[in-house]
Ligand binder design. Sequence first.
Ligand code: NAP
Length: 310
Amino acid sequence: MQILDGKAVAAKVLAAVKAGVADLVGRTGVTPTLAVILVGDFAPSKIYVRNKKKAAAEVGIASRDFLYPEGCSRETLLETIAAINRDPAVHGILLQLPLPAGLDEDEAVTAIAPEKDADGLHPMNLGRLLAGAPVMVPCTPAGCLEILDHYGVELKGAEAVVVGRSRLVGKPLAQLLLARHATVTMCHTRTRDLAAHCRRADVLCVAAGRAGVITGDMIKEGAVIIDVGINRLDSGKLVGDVDFASASQKARAITPVPGGVGPTTVAMLMRNTLLAAQRQTTPPLPAGGPENPLPPGDPENPLPTGERAG
Ligand code: NAP
């Protein structure tokens, strides 16, 4: 059984981003800059933001903090986003979710200029993904694909099952797998027989946010498992959604938690920020150019490639 090492995959992506940042700075003098908006005191969000800022510093991306207390008003948040949208010195925006109760996440995400939407969650960017012409791909699903590609997992024709249908993970991940010619099944809380669907999966991606929702008996012999879940047990231990011990008996390969999808999510945010800076600074690049972070066009892909590269 192989461990799919998300840290190694993230390190490879970050090295490429670092080179891209150096190239952009060298050619244009522009330093890619990420605005980080954090509202409230939710402890996990603070940790995620700290990790993202650390990664940014490592690759040469500048970050600017916009920190607000729990009671931040809707007007303040929207005015902040509007001001950053107008600021040509900021290329990407990270709006750390979840927002405190009382603030409308959909409204805030939609207020972000699509070209600065480093998380890829703006309806315009999600629509582009659906249309087969992605620009900013949501970071966690993009990280899952990066892991699968790094380890050479065949997706074409594979039975892929995605557990979870959130806008953040499940839905965009299913789209990415579909665009790579997997046969995709999506499962959720109303799915009648979750185990039966999972047992058919060659590639099983789990983003339910429920520790141990997938156990070894639900896994096909030789399957590849991407465990997106992050759950903290009462003991303080971090675990995924997949019961690692029993899953390891059946799976061919599995991402650990921590050290699997999490690090790649951060790396993809850096990649999106660089892409945003490149697109706002330089003329469009030719398809497949060295700075195009998206996979090369697939001649078999029936979907339009549109603006893939530039
Ligand atoms: P979410 O918005 O709560 O969505 C969870 C999805 O899972 C929902 O679609 C839900 O179905 C489904 N689900 C929940 N329990 C289920 C069950 N017992 N059987 C089948 N489906 C079930 O969560 P999310 O934002 O997508 O995040 C999912 C997990 O990934 C969380 O643990 C989160 O912390 C983690 N995460 C990790 C990263 C990373 O970088 N590694 C990034 C983002 C999220 P319904 O739609 O029917 O309710």
